[in-house]
Structure formats: structure tokens, C-alpha cells
Write a protein of this length. Sequence first.
Length: 170
Amino acid sequence: MMENASSRPRHPVVVGVAPGQAGHIVRQAAAFAARFGTELVCAHVNQGRYPVAEAADGSVSSASIDPDFADDEAFDADLAAALAELLLDTQVPWRTVALAGEVSTALARLAHTLDAAMIVVGTHQHSVGGSVQEFFNRSVATHLAHRQERPVVVVPARSPRASQLPFEAP
């Protein structure tokens, strides 16, 4: 279904999504969107592609970094299905956007394009027990906080409720 851009709520909440991500991260982003009375934009960044053009809705056309590797620039159907199931009872309008390139740069650009209220990201599960230096060297949230002016909300990957909300694409 094609939507008129002017009919979309202003200042959406952007959340970075990936297969295997804990579901409570997306649900927390949906809770923020509900509180703000806006939509949730679920963005997946394919780091094996680079952006070629950007549309007004924040979506990008992209090309593969490796011309011999034919991957798809569309949003992963299994990931979209997992999101649909996860967000079924939230009553929050949401949509998916496939991005390309470096994760923090792509999310910041999308948030700027959409004039987002905030960007929500999760921590890496394997970083929770790691050293502080190791965590900050790889942190998308840290890069976002240093490269743009929008609020960045970091939701811990581990949560007491995480096992109740699996977010794993097959």
C-alpha cells in the first residue's frame, strides 16, 4: 500500500533492527512511538551495500560493494515477518526501511531525513561481558551520539523479559 508522505505522523522514532536482535528493543522503541503519538520506522542496514540514491521517505537505492555478489537491496522478508508478529498488539503504525553502508551513518542520515524524534538501538549481546574499551570501540550508539544531534536511546540487549520476546529471523 502506498502512503502519502504528508499523511505520516511527524517526528517518527527510528529503531535499528537486525536478525537475532532481542525483541524487547523493538518493543521499547514502539512504546516511545506510542507515547509520542508517532510512527515507528524499523531500519535494517546492509553493510555489504552502499547507498546510491535516497528517497524522501528515507529509503535508499543501493549497490553491492562486491559486484560478483548478487544480494538483494530489499528489506528481508523474514525480518519483516518477525517484526509484524512482534508489533502486532502495539497499535503503533510502523514501517520498514532498508538502508546501506556503515550502520551509524545510515541510521543518522535516516533520522535526519525523517526529522526523527530519536534513534533507538540495542547493545550487542556479546559486548555486555566484554571490556569497556571493546564495547565503545564497536558501539553504534557511541558513534551516533558523536555524529548527530538527535537523542540516542540505548536499550540493553539482555533484559529479564528478553526470553519472552524472541526476535530471531529463521
